[in-house]
Design a binder for this molecule. Sequence first.
Ligand SMILES: C[S@@+](CC[C@H](N)C(=O)[O-])C[C@H]1O[C@@H](n2cnc3c(N)ncnc32)[C@H](O)[C@@H]1O
Length: 303
Amino acid sequence: MPASGGVLRYLKAKGSVDARSVNVQVREACVRALAELPADRPLRVVELGGGAGGAFRYWMSLLVPFQRVEFTATDRDGGLLEAYREEVVSLAGKLGISATGDDPRRLRLDDGGRMIDLRLREAVLPEGFPREDEGSFDLMVAQSFWDLVPPGTALALGRHLLAPRGVFYATLTFSGGTRFAPPHELDRQLLHCYHASMGGERGGDPYAGERLLGHVRMPGSGFSELATGRSDWRVVPTDQGYLADEKYFLLTVLGFIEKELLASTEVRDDQLDWWMGIRRRQLADGQLSYAARQQDLAARRDD
Ligand SMILES: C[S@@+](CC[C@H](N)C(=O)[O-])C[C@H]1O[C@@H](n2cnc3c(N)ncnc32)[C@H](O)[C@@H]1O
């Protein structure tokens, strides 16, 4: 089923925010670790929660030294994976790279010297990856993802999927902080409930960014930390209003918060209506700023 227009627009709208948030030191550590992997055989990459391919161009920028790349993009949503393929075809067109393949779940990119074989695969975490996948990837990447699955999933999957000395790279992992400006007297209460709602029955982890780092540093984790650093999202209006489609991005974030808090027994409807009404008006007037605390991490799988 094709993905809904609203979800796709949100995932595209977040692209400009993502691009300025990624931590450059962590990126460099990841690139250095990749340079130690053999370049005379295809580099095998797996992406978790790839969505509509919003990060594909970024991942490609890390892989320039490799002549052959086998890239497996996964997500639980088959509709988003269709959009992922379209995104890559469109990107290849813009970059003047050939993109071929009749199979809707495969695509070959060829720029004359370098070949990238893209495979799209539906997989739901934490299960989703059978025994045959064991140790079959050199690089495991995910963006804006690890807070959506239970704590511990990321490294357990990394131990399962990565070959010895394989690289684990997580960008823009949410880490327990949401701030709006101007301040509002209900911010503390409402945002606390919002974060709490990501865990519990929903099965996610609102502190995933920090927790990932803690798990890597634990003795016997099976990983060595390469680098970590903040990658907070920040959206601030300019004199010309919000950049790119970031007003829509922020509108959707407010919608996520509202949806979670409607289900909360700790927030009264009149409190939520008051807070949402003010936040939406501030957004419409170009007066609302937003920041989310996030963390990037690169680590290497032990031998
Ligand atoms: C916030 S989006 C990020 C998409 C993409 N990485 C990006 O940054 O544009 C999270 C993605 O994870 C997928 N997802 C959420 N829970 C999942 C799960 N348990 N297993 C697999 N995919 C999941 C969603 O379908 C969605 O595409």
